[in-house]
Design a protein around this ligand. Sequence first.
Ligand SMILES: Cc1ncc(COP(=O)(O)O)c(C=O)c1O
Length: 379
Amino acid sequence: MQWKIPLSDIDFGPEEGQAVNDILQSKWLTMGAVTQKFEQAFAAYVGAKHAIAVTNATAALHLACVAAGLGPGDEAIVPSLTFVATANAIRYTGATPVFADIVGEQDLNISCHSIEKAITKRTRAILVMHYGGYACDMPSILELAREHDLIVIEDAAHAIGSELAGRKLGTWGELGCFSFFPNKNITTGEGGMLVTNDDEYAQRLRSLRSHGMTTLTWDRHKGHAWSYDVVGLGYNYRIDEIRSALGAAQLKKLVVNNERRRQLTQIYREALQELVPQVSIPFVHHAGISAAHLMPVLLPTGSDKLSFIENLKGQGIQTSFHYPPVHTFTAFRSNRNGGALPVTEAVAEREVTLPLYPTLPERDVLLVARAIADALHRS
Ligand SMILES: Cc1ncc(COP(=O)(O)O)c(C=O)c1O
């Protein structure tokens, strides 16, 4: 399908081409000096002591759950309105995801009150997900976690560059996980990053990323080591130099591109104002500075979302849906933990995600807004 206005787009230029070409010329492809530089640049940008690059955010979330010590018999609280990876990461360890509801129409993030209700003797961790790059209520969640001695892991896949109270998202909890999938605010194709301020976690994560080995091929190539020990069960979640070079080039554009995303979000909000309150626009007065990863809107209650999406598709406008709630998936039905998630279910029925990316022209934002008004009048 050739979209007139796609859902997302990538800001690649000659810089990325040059960065990848340099790696190909160097003939050192796996994790090495370029990855170390990318990690240092990312850590400095988000204000974390350590950044550990991995194959993707799912691997980052998995390693975070392993490092947090999750295992069979444990529970971890997670929103259902997230990508399935957040919950899968818990299941990989044998622990059980327990789903919490979201705050409401204005704030699609996990609710602290709902987390509190879900805590049991088995709860070990809380995984939050900053929907669309908008901050969860981290001060309240951290306080709750402290009271119950729980580890907080942030799924910051949407939140590269987001801030709350002057502190970057991903650095509030013990461990933060970022995604560089092609629709994210920076991309390496597949790719992800873990951040932490804790030296022990960092050391553990570096080891888990590469089979629990004590040295890397890179260390041996540099003559710093000639053998290795294996100190635990680890994985191959290593990133490669090509992706790290892409990531480093993309990181340089992030500040400008996130600002552009916020401007476009504002233009959307103004253009859609005539449809409010039938159409609801989440996060309008939200705390913090968002990476504005997504532009979600909630259609009027009872509207036919499918025909709305088809209508926009007919005009060449791609939309999406974030997310089918995880607790409703076949693979998670036994995890329903008895509790209904009424706010999540009501919001998910109405949510549609509009095109948003830094290179989206303003006139296309206005065109999408007009198309939405027409589609709603027709349905
Ligand atoms: C909220 C969220 N968590 C986790 C992931 C998983 O990221 P990755 O594709 O890098 O594994 C994604 C990716 O789409 C996501 O949106």
